[in-house]
Write a protein that binds this ligand. Structure first.
Ligand code: BEZ
Length: 337
């Protein structure tokens, strides 16, 4: 009996040693495609943590974790913690940061084809905008980042652009004449407002609240999401829900890192970002009425301006920017009905 116990113990120790050896040789060997490599990625963006883009980043993190069985972890750096968008894009292209959600508005200054997304009134609603992600032209525009060491993965949409005014109810484009109007520093956006007669002021997001509060600006181009998260309703009385332009973040990754991954791991990245982008646009689309009510309950006068009044300015935009780049022209031809 004693001998049998000893034999059993020896057998157990032998089995444990063999399986430990097998495990350690698994670790040393090159992992099978998509099955072994571990990653801790970094993602940077500029919005506060209650903005939809941050929620999309959290969704991306969960999807990566789930789809890779925990091999892909993501650290998120929101609210410009890593600097301006120019800094972030530099970090992504050099590889010190892996991913970014960067405004197409900023990207239009580095890769002009992104200007196409600012063709005014190109889409019926956020659902149609989100569907545009899947078109050839949208993908071709992402492809223009290849030469900058960046892999353009997808687009993440928050709400469309609206116009906020400190204390003037602007009812038609001509009422914009002479207004000092905050516009993101991006040429197509600035041009659109110049064509309306406003004086565009290039202010980054963190400076906008104080500028309108102190009367440095009379109004701003914004989205409803950021209006609520930055409490602009405290300093602007009127909100024209024009939805005149869409507002994509370009989801991007360091290209060398992406290219080095196995096909299975690339697929995990592609599908995780797609899930996050769909989550963002679909959730945001369902919040439009709620956001308008939140602002109206907070005392802001919320109203609409007829799109027809902007038609001459839409035409002006298309005629100016279409001929500057074949991709912009293709975008306009694809989406103008
Ligand atoms: C802006 O600059 O207006 C902005 C940037 C990111 C998200 C929302 C708004």
């Amino acid at each position: 009996m004693k001998g049998l116990k000893k034999f059993g113990l020896t057998l157990l120790i032998f089995v444990l040693m063999v399986s430990a050896a097998a495990c350690s040789s698994d670790t040393d060997a090159k992992p099978a495609a998509g099955s072994g490599e571990k990653y801790t990625f970094k993602l940077a963006h500029i919005t506060p943590t209650d903005h939809m883009w941050h929620q999309a980043a959290e969704k991306f993190k969960d999807e990566l974790d789930k789809r890779s069985d925990g091999r892909m972890q993501l650290e998120i750096y929101p609210a410009s913690q890593l600097g301006t968008e120019a800094d972030m894009v530099q970090q992504i292209s050099s590889g010190s940061v892996d991913f970014g959600f960067i405004t197409a508005a900023y990207m239009s200054s580095r890769a002009p084809a992104f200007t196409a997304w600012f063709a005014p009134y190109a889409f019926e609603d956020l659902k149609a905008t989100n569907a545009a992600r899947d078109t050839e032209i949208a993908k071709k525009i992402l492809g223009t980042l290849d030469g900058q060491g960046i892999k353009g993965l997808d687009y993440v949409f928050a709400g469309n652009r609206v116009m906020l005014f400190k204390d003037k109810e602007v009812k038609k484009p001509e009422d914009m004449k002479g207004l000092a109007f905050r516009v993101t520093p991006s040429p197509p956006l600035q041009d659109f407002y110049k064509s309306l007669g406003a004086s565009p002021e290039s202010l980054p997001l963190p400076e906008v609240y104080a500028a309108i509060q102190t009367g440095v600006i009379d109004g701003m181009d914004m989205d409803l999401d950021a209006t609520i998260t930055n409490k602009y309703h405290e300093v602007a009385k009127y909100g024209a829900v024009t939805n005149h332009m869409v507002w994509p973040a370009v989801a991007m990754m360091n290209k060398a890192k992406y290219d080095k991954m196995s096909d299975d791991d690339k697929k995990i990245i592609d599908e995780a970002i797609k899930a996050a982008a769909d989550f963002s646009a679909n959730t945001r689309a369902s919040q439009e009425e709620e956001f308008k009510k939140t602002l109206s309950d907070a005392g802001m006068t919320i109203y609409e301006i007829d799109q027809k009044l902007f038609e001459p300015y839409i035409k002006q935009f298309d005629e100016k920017y279409g001929p500057t780049d074949p991709l912009i022209q293709e975008f306009i031809d694809t989406f103008r009905k």
